[in-house]
Ligand binder design. Structure first.
Ligand code: COA
Ligand code: ZN
Length: 323
């Protein structure tokens, strides 16, 4: 996929990062859509995923196999998974909360199970209706099932930096759950700032501790921009060696069980920033902006994407008329 030519035209050569490859993982049709109130038709979801599939992503989180009573927006998970084109080179992952969700995912075939639980007990009770120990035991059975089906497993650890009900998450608590999941054979771990409470110094400390203890694991950072620290946190993570990021087209999203939650970091803003810095995201920024504009029409309200409003830095304007 053609990378943006933004970098070639606009970046400062002194900032070139030797074209370090980054993996961008789109979550708009899962994290973005799950909190929307008006149902988005199945064929619209499929059409959007098919466009995104050709924009250069490493991974797309297509949907979640959750209870349709809990997340009615994603009740069509099987139909969406069956309906999309599987473009070679793109991994199609899905969010799975329990064994029932795993069986549904196996019935349609997915490239990865993305399991979920919270580091905070209060958030786990609100989101998954059980305590963390019960979640861990249930997810251990899901991991066994995945291994039987040769399907790699990622665990998304929600509230890894902070929880709106319990406050800031300690590094020790986070490392405890990282240790537990590393011991049961996950391929990757996503460290999620579910409600935008992380700050760049905390991000650096977490990324360094996690990677130095488990360098073989596939690490992803998942930020929300709830308090305006999203891109600063992504920068802290990339500078700490992280090369995988979840983000959402247009910045749409937010966990329905986290008071005050807002959208993920915005994919086009993340890609635009990384391209300008000389990183190699492989994502076609112009294709993203076109998809984001159409998504705005689909949900019929402005998306929180600053880039969609302002345009890329190489968008020039005619000078205003002088009197
Ligand atoms: N897929 C489909 N249906 C499911 C399901 C799944 N993965 N898990 C549970 N159900 C159904 C059960 O069959 C049962 O249906 P019934 O009432 O017709 O018998 C009903 O949901 C309740 O089942 P139960 O096991 O008691 O689950 P619960 O009500 O405690 O719900 C969760 C637990 C976690 C499955 C549910 O709350 C959920 O899916 N939450 C979504 C979490 C999420 O995605 N949060 C945002 C992202 S972090
Ligand atoms: Zn999220």
């Amino acid at each position: 996929m053609a990378a943006s030519n933004l970098q070639t035209h606009m970046s400062n050569p002194h900032l070139n990062q030797n074209s370090r490859k980054l993996h961008i993982q789109e979550v708009v049709t899962r994290d973005g859509f799950q909190a929307e109130s008006a149902f988005i038709p199945t064929e619209e979801k499929i059409a959007l995923i098919n466009r995104l599939s050709r924009a250069g992503y490493a991974k797309i989180e297509v949907t979640s196999f959750t209870s349709p009573k809990a997340i009615p927006m994603l009740a069509d998970a099987e139909a969406v998974m069956k309906g999309i084109d599987r473009v070679p080179g793109v991994e199609y992952t899905v969010l799975i909360p329990n064994l029932k969700g795993a069986e549904r995912a196996i019935s349609v075939g997915v490239d990865e199970f993305n399991l979920v639980m919270s580091v905070s007990e209060a958030h786990n009770l609100a989101n998954l209706k059980m305590g963390r120990e019960d979640s861990f035991n249930a997810l251990s059975s899901v991991i066994q099932l995945a291994h039987q089906h040769q399907t790699p497993v990622n665990i998304s650890l929600s509230t890894s930096f902070g929880c709106p009900m319990s406050g800031i998450t300690s590094l020790a608590d986070l490392m405890h759950w990282i240790d537990r999941f590393a011991a049961v054979g996950v391929r990757g771990i996503t460290i999620c700032d579910t409600t935008g409470m992380a700050n760049p110094a905390q991000v650096q400390a977490v990324c360094e501790a996690a990677q130095s203890k488990y360098p073989q694991l596939q690490w992803t950072l998942h930020f929300h921009n709830t308090r305006g620290m999203g891109l600063a946190n992504a920068l802290a993570a990339v500078n700490s060696g992280i090369d995988r990021f979840d983000s959402s087209l247009g910045g749409l999203g937010g966990c329905p069980y986290a008071p005050g939650a807002t959208g993920n970091i915005c994919t086009e803003e993340l890609v635009h920033m990384f391209d300008l810095m000389g990183f190699n995201t492989h994502v076609d920024i112009d294709a993203l902006l076109a998809c984001s504009k159409d998504l705005q029409s689909l949900i019929a309200r402005p998306l929180p994407s600053q880039l969609l409003m302002a345009g890329k830095v190489d968008k020039l304007h005619t000078a205003p008329c002088q009197p």
